[in-house]
Design a protein around this ligand. Structure first.
Ligand code: M6R
Length: 622
């Protein structure tokens, strides 16, 4: 995790670094820091805690850096060493200053050797050690670039590093090996680089996603890219991003998370447009998607993912098995990568990850590739590692998601999986279900219906707010559901833990009596997800069981389901219009309910909604 930003060029650098770090804070916010050339010296300002602390330090001498045009910055998610100022990046070793993202796996060995040569690291981090290696090489007479290259080749693990030296002002050297780095030219002269594309967009929307083993040199004159191993020059494609500054802004919303929840209808439209070729009369005629051939050949699928993406994968399994009758297993990437899975001929392994950078999911795809297994990726980020590792990728079109809690990217993943299930069903001529042109018509209506449900004065919205605000003196929450509502129950509980720090569990409703029901008493809230689908009646029986044990019941169901409503203490109706669409699409309406419930609970508790404690958006360590 961690966020890196760097700039060299003609513009004042402080503003670029601070704005860049603000955009990258989702990657970690334990500490932050910047290093800036002031004349030929490098000045560092860093602090534990949020970026504001660094801004405060900068305000102390407001004009000090006004003529500085080269610097690097970092926002940290601690791995090695506590989140203290001492451990915050940038790290300075002699005339070398660096920021680092990733893990140096052989750091103990390197540290021992450095100490035996008389070096004394000041921090507990693995990152700082790299500075000593570069310093040693420069002392031997190598320039900064060669020293970084030689030093980097001694590291094990996945890292990106950006280095400057007081001996070579105006030069930034960066290496990408695993952890992402994106670069762009500043049209006014110079180079900006960062851990993702967002900090680059205000200056240039044409960016280069560096590849593993790329080394770059940035100066005010421009950019050069080399292969780390061979040292020879390489050319990387320039990608034009259609992200606007508006999409990176909170706009009228108090939090990114809320904005992103409300963006879901638009995201559905974008994803439909991005995936379906509506000019074809055939439903589910995928546009020129390179992954389609792999879908056609698949005999079975293994989905691997983490967190919310894993919940989307579970929904995908229900849809694909039910609608297309193709077998799907769903695995947690962190477990699957260390198992000995049985991989039958015809299996396709699908890595689902909004960021496209999640270390465990990425590792699985790499390993599968090594074994000659066909792979697909589903990702929201063009040029992300997963999109490069997989044989082909289906993109979601959610735009940048800044809140750490995944919301609109989840909905977009769901839609892609739903469309895949429809495509497979159609291709394989599965007759017993309704994945036909009518369902296609249903999915087209989704954005409009969802948008109606999300109107501020809709019954659903009012009830979500009232319910979240009324539940006081509560010991914890159980989300329960069956069928499609089971992954949604897991997602509801994850969200509530993640942003509101509430005790929450998600359970398949039928599983409660196998243990967890012992937890149910008067202080426990049970949120029952029971829209009118083929599982609804069974879920209602489970509701009766928890009600009998004194739980507070929050029911989520069809607005005309009076029977269900009567059993509940609180009632959240999902829009009546849902009836005109396939019950397979109900999860799209449950998603905002569980997201908003958690959001309002978090607001009630006063937590930092967009940057919940101990978390980061992009989990690039295992
Ligand atoms: O980028 P990914 O989709 O691979 O991320 C996986 C999880 O880390 C992520 O979904 C996480 O669970 C979310 N922050 C939950 O809201």
């Amino acid at each position: 995790m961690c966020g890196i930003v760097g700039y060299v060029g003609k513009r004042p650098v402080v503003d670029i670094l601070i704005r860049g770090l603000r955009a990258l804070e989702y990657r970690g916010y334990d500490s932050a820091g910047i290093a800036i050339f002031k004349d030929r010296k490098i000045e560092i300002r860093k602090s534990e805690g949020r970026l504001e602390n660094v801004e405060k330090l900068l305000r102390e001498k407001i004009n000090f850096f006004s003529d500085s045009t080269c610097g690097i910055g970092h926002t940290r998610w601690a791995t090695h060493g506590k989140p203290t100022s001492q451990n915050a990046h940038p790290h300075k070793t002699g005339h070398i200053v660096l920021v680092h993202n990733g893990i140096i796996e052989n750091y103990i060995e390197i540290k021992r050797e450095l100490m035996s040569r008389g070096h004394l690291p000041l921090s507990e981090t693995d990152s700082e050690l790299f500075g000593f290696l570069v310093l040693e090489e420069m002392e031997k007479g190598f320039n900064l670039v060669d020293s970084v290259r030689k030093s980097f080749l001694q590291l094990k693990g996945q890292s990106s590093v950006v280095v400057i030296s007081e001996r070579e002002p105006g030069v930034i050297v960066g290496v990408r090996n695993g952890s992402p780095l994106v670069v762009a030219l500043d049209p006014e002269g110079g180079v900006i680089l960062a851990s993702d594309a967002q900090p680059l967009i205000p200056y240039n929307s044409e960016v280069i996603f560096l590849e593993h083993g790329d080394l770059i040199i940035g100066t005010a004159e421009g950019l050069k890219i080399f292969d780390l191993e061979t040292g020879s020059a390489v050319v990387r494609p320039v990608v034009r991003l259609d992200w606007t500054l508006e999409k990176l802004d909170k706009g009228r919303f108090p939090h990114y998370m809320l904005k992103e929840i409300f963006e879901q209808p638009e995201v559905l439209v974008e994803t439909l447009n991005g995936i379906l070729d509506r000019t074809q009369s055939q439903p589910y005629a995928f546009s020129e998607q390179p992954g389609v051939k792999i879908l056609d050949q698949a005999i079975e699928f293994i989905f691997v993912a983490c967190g919310t993406s894993w919940h989307a994968a579970l929904l995908g399994k229900y849809w694909i098995e039910r609608r297309a009758q193709v077998s799907v297993s769903v695995e947690l990437a962190s477990e699957f990568r260390y198992c000995q899975p049985v991989l039958r001929p015809g299996v396709v392994v699908v890595g689902i990850s909004q960021s496209g950078e999640t270390a465990d999911t990425l590792a699985v795809l790499r390993e599968m590739r090594r074994k000659g297994i066909s792979t697909l990726g589903i990702s929201n980020v063009r040029g992300s590692s997963i999109s490069r590792e997989a044989d082909a990728v289906f993109y979601t079109f959610a735009g940048p998601e800044i809140g750490v809690a995944a919301t609109k990217t989840f909905t977009a993943q769901m839609l892609v999986l739903y469309l895949i299930s429809g495509y497979l069903s159609n291709q394989r001529k599965v007759k017993n279900l309704d994945a036909s042109s009518e369902t296609f018509a249903g999915v087209i209506k989704l954005p409009q219906l969802l948008s109606e449900s999300l109107q501020p004065n809709s019954k659903m919205m009012k009830q979500i707010y009232n319910t979240a605000m009324s539940l006081t003196k509560v010991r914890g929450f159980f989300f329960i559901g069956r069928g499609y509502s089971f992954p949604m129950a897991l997602e509801g509980a994850l969200k509530l833990k993640e942003i509101a720090y509430e005790y929450a569990e998600g359970y398949a409703a039928g599983e409660l009596k196998h243990g967890p029901i012992a937890m149910i008493d008067k202080g426990m809230v049970v949120i029952v997800l029971a829209p009118r689908d083929s599982w609804r009646d069974k879920t209602v029986s489970n509701l009766e069981e928890v009600k009998a044990r004194g739980a507070i019941i929050v029911g989520v169901g069809d607005s005309d389901d009076e029977d269900l409503k009567m059993l509940c203490d609180y009632w959240i109706p999902i829009a009546a219009e849902n009836r005109s669409i396939d019950s397979d699409l109900l999860p799209f309406f449950l998603a905002p309910v569980v997201q908003l419930l958690s959001y309002y609970r978090a607001v009630l508790k006063g937590t930092d909604v967009d940057k919940p404690r101990n978390l980061a958006k992009s989990v690039t360590v295992e």
